[in-house]
Design a protein around this ligand. Structure first.
Ligand SMILES: CC(C)(COP(=O)(O)OP(=O)(O)OC[C@H]1O[C@@H](n2cnc3c(N)ncnc32)[C@H](O)[C@@H]1OP(=O)(O)O)[C@@H](O)C(=O)NCCC(=O)NCCS
Length: 135
């Protein structure tokens, strides 16, 4: 297994709450998929879950070495869970093609959040025997 990169992010939950208050549905639709919105809204402290997904997507952009630049769309990366509750990343849209083109096999993430902050870490894993180009 070869790792292309790691990424981490931390965000204040109040910042996400402000963006939701200010931009409402337009903000949610730009950043989150339909099932992420449903998941977050199904929790009492939904802002924490929205903030954790914001941090996760920022961490993903960082582990790919792109930051804010590049062809990636926020909603191309959907955070779901396996049967044990472990978060996993589903990649769609043009980002899926892009990740294939640079031989990324998988992105692993971990999230944590409390009332004030949410944080995430992401690791981009390269296909066996492939060498990811520098992005
Ligand atoms: C997983 C666990 C360690 C999370 O720790 P926590 O301090 O409560 O919460 P944190 O803010 O640090 O982490 C929350 C995130 O952990 C992640 N998580 C949940 N289950 C996980 C698992 N099995 N493996 C890895 N990550 C997990 C999720 O991404 C969650 O955020 P999300 O719901 O927004 O996606 C804890 O919930 C646990 O031990 N769960 C197992 C027992 C259990 O599920 N009990 C259910 C009680 S109703």
């Amino acid at each position: 297994m070869k790792i292309l990169g790691i990424g981490t992010d931390i965000v204040e939950c109040s910042r996400i709450a402000e963006m939701i208050d200010e931009h409402g549905e337009a903000f949610l639709r730009r950043i989150y998929t339909e099932s992420e919105i449903l998941y977050c809204h199904s929790h009492k402290r939904s802002t924490e879950h929205f903030a954790a997904r914001w941090a996760a997507k920022e961490a993903i952009f960082k582990c790919l070495g792109l930051g804010w630049r590049g062809p990636l769309q926020w909603t191309d990366f959907e955070i779901s869970h396996d049967e044990m509750g472990k978060p996993q990343v589903r990649v769609g849209g043009r980002s899926r093609d892009y990740l294939q083109s640079i031989h990324i096999q998988d992105i692993q993430i971990s999230l944590s959040h409390c009332r004030t902050h949410a944080t995430a870490m992401a690791i981009a894993i390269v296909e066996p025997n492939r060498h990811a180009p520098h992005v």
